[in-house]
Design a protein around this ligand. Structure first.
Ligand SMILES: Nc1ncnc2c1ncn2[C@@H]1O[C@H](COP(=O)(O)OP(=O)(O)OP(=O)(O)O)[C@@H](O)[C@H]1O
Length: 308
C-alpha cells in the first residue's frame, strides 16, 4: 500500500477574475515518481507554488506529512527538511560561485555548511564549485537547482519542468536522479511537457486541464494494453488465436491482438502457434500507445489554446 504524504484537497486559485486552478484534489505518495501533466496554462506551476506555500490558495488546502508534522508547508519550522523544489525561474546571482550560492541558502535555512559540499557532490558539481554561476551552462544550472533543493535532505521534492532545455545527457542524468530520490522513499512530483521522457520517468500521473483534474492514473493503467499485429493471408488463424484465449480483431492483411503484460512473450506464443498450425506469418510486430497519444486523447477537450 502506498503511503500518502502530500495531499492537495479542493485547491482553487484565482488571479482577479481568472481562475487558474479550480477545486483540484490529488495526492503524491512516497517512494514513487508522480508525473504532473497538463497543456500550457492549465495551472501546473500555480498548483506547485500553492503546494510550496509560495502562493496562498483562494480556497482548499495542501497537507504535508513528515515525522510529527502535519499541515501546510508554510506552517513547518523546518521547511528545508520537509520540501525541496526546483522551480522554473530559480534566480541565482551570476557573480556568485555555486558554493557561495548554496552556502547562503544553507545559512538562511539553518543547515550546516558541510551539507553544501555533500550536495554539490551529489549533483556532480564539486569540480565547478568555485566557478561563477554566470558561466554555467543550462545543464549545470539545473544541477545547481537540484543541489539547492536537496540541502535540507527533504522528504518531498517538487520539480517544475526539470528537463526543459537540457541536452540528452542532462535529460538522462535528471531522470536517473529523480528515480533515485523515489527509490530512497521520497515523494517526487515532476511536471514536464516532454511526454516520452515522462513515460520513462514517472510511475503514476496526475493530469489536469484548464485548472481542473482530468484524472490520476498508474502509468501502466494509463498506457493500456499493447497490441500485437499479425500479418497472415490465412484468416483461419483467428480461430486458433481465440482458442488460446486471445481476442484477435481482423485488420487488413491479418489480425490485431491486444495483450496484457509482456508483449515479447505474447509475440513468441503467437509465432509458435503459427508454426504448430502451419500458418504463414508475413509480419509480426507490437506497438503500445505512447504517453503522447494517450495524453492527447485524455486532454482533447481541455486544451486552453487549441489550434483551429
Ligand atoms: N501571477 C499570476 N497572475 C495572473 N495570472 C496568472 C499568474 N500566474 C499564472 N496565471 C495564469 O494562470 C493560468 C495557469 O498558469 P500556470 O503557469 O500555472 O500554468 P502551467 O500549467 O504551469 O503552464 P505552462 O505549462 O505553460 O507553464 C494561466 O492562464 C496563467 O496566465
Amino acid at each position: 500500500m502506498m503511503v500518502v504524504m502530500f495531499t492537495v484537497e479542493g485547491l482553487t486559485k484565482r488571479y482577479g477574475n481568472h481562475t487558474a486552478v479550480q477545486d483540484l484534489s490529488f495526492h503524491v505518495p512516497d517512494g514513487v515518481v508522480t508525473g504532473f501533466l497538463g497543456p500550457n496554462g492549465s495551472g501546473k506551476s500555480t498548483t506547485m507554488r500553492c503546494m510550496l506555500g509560495l502562493d496562498a490558495p483562494s480556497s482548499g488546502k495542501v497537507t504535508v506529512r513528515h515525522g510529527n508534522f502535519e499541515g501546510p508547508v508554510q506552517a513547518c519550522k523546518h521547511k528545508a527538511q520537509l520540501v525541496g523544489a526546483l522551480l522554473d525561474a530559480s534566480w541565482v546571482d551570476p557573480k556568485r560561485s555555486a558554493r557561495n550560492h548554496l552556502r547562503m541558502l544553507a545559512q538562511g535555512a539553518g543547515i550546516p555548511d558541510s551539507r553544501v559540499d555533500e550536495c554539490l557532490d551529489l549533483v556532480g558539481l564539486s569540480s565547478k564549485a568555485k566557478a561563477k554561476v554566470g558561466g554555467y551552462s543550462l545543464g549545470m544550472r539545473q544541477r545547481l537547482g537540484v543541489a539547492a533543493a536537496l540541502l535540507g535532505d527533504p522528504q518531498h521534492l517538487l520539480f517544475d519542468e526539470p528537463v526543459n532545455g537540457l541536452d540528452p545527457e542532462g535529460v538522462s542524468w535528471m531522470r536517473q536522479t529523480i528515480r533515485y530520490f523515489a527509490s530512497e522513499g521520497k515523494s517526487v512530483l515532476v511536471s514536464s511537457h516532454l511526454l516520452a521522457e515522462m513515460q520513462q520517468t514517472a510511475d503514476r500521473l496526475v493530469i489536469i486541464g484548464r485548472g481542473k483534474l482530468i484524472g490520476e492514473y498508474d502509468m501502466d493503467e494509463f498506457l493500456g494494453d499493447a497490441l500485437v499485429e499479425v500479418q497472415t493471408p490465412q484468416q483461419e488463424f483467428g480461430a486458433v488465436l481465440q482458442r488460446q484465449g486471445f481476442e484477435p480483431q481482423a485488420i487488413e492483411g491479418g489480425f490485431s491482438v491486444p495483450v496484457e503484460g509482456d508483449e515479447q512473450q505474447a509475440r513468441e506464443r503467437i509465432a509458435r502457434l503459427a508454426l504448430e498450425h502451419q500458418v504463414l506469418i508475413t509480419g509480426l510486430s507490437s506497438r503500445s500507445a505512447g504517453l503522447e497519444e494517450r495524453f492527447l486523447q485524455a486532454t482533447m477537450n481541455e486544451q486552453e489554446y487549441r489550434s483551429k
